[in-house]
Ligand binder design. Sequence first.
Ligand code: SF4
Ligand code: SF4
Length: 269
Amino acid sequence: MSEKLREKIFEKAASMDVHLIGVADPEAWRSPPFDVWMPEEFYPSNIWPDCRSVIVIGFPISLPVLESTPSIHYHELYKTVNSLLDQVAYRLSVFLSEMGHGSFFIPRDGYGSLSVLKDRPMAFFSHKHAAYFAGLGTFGMNNTLLTKNYGPRVRFTSVFTSAKLPYDLPLESQLCTRCFRCIKKCPVQALPGKDYPEALMDKERCRAYHEKLYARHISPCGICIKVCPVGEDRELFARTDMLVYEHDGPRRELRNGWKHVQEYGGKKE
Ligand code: SF4
Ligand code: SF4
């Protein structure tokens, strides 16, 4: 039954254009893959003791739009993807509940504003850790989850369900190539240059930079996910040559296009 239910859920998700989907065992949080780990209060089983499976879905961020960051174009795409994730996760939870399996979704962004993150820089639940347990990717030096299809250019959200489904397992091989591009390109040096979670990013540096971009309507930053060479979307968009991100690199016309987009729709510095 649970295998069939899983198939139905995946079909329903595919009908809503969700192709990145996996299922995590809520008990997996009790066997941390890293020495540095979150407190138990963040586990799904603490948030909802009746949770039997965590379904994680992801939507990609279009690389050519991200490349214009910081810009109104990426700002709007980011909002659209977050909103769609919430809507699709909500519909999946209703789909399951209607079949007799109590379910609900966890919102994409679990914080009220960037200023709230200054004192408490985390949400009540981490979708990227859920995505890791659901076998959707591995952590990179940029502190995000890297996927095979889109590298770190994916946003995730989760559905908690009382249905016990067949689980996925974390990927065995690391996707991060340790190229250090994300570390070198971060405009505020927020990434320490060590494997996750040996040294975590400086969240306050990143947050403070985002606050400045937000005031100009051109947040988020996203440079550390833009320059990551991992992901099949690089071939899709003919962006395997990472030198295009250097100011004197090939394909100058690309940089002209990004500069044009950056000139409009946001406040000047
Ligand atoms: S989002 Fe921007 S500021 Fe934050 S770590 Fe990545 S590159 Fe640095
Ligand atoms: S940019 Fe390089 S070092 Fe950073 S996460 Fe991607 S592969 Fe890893």
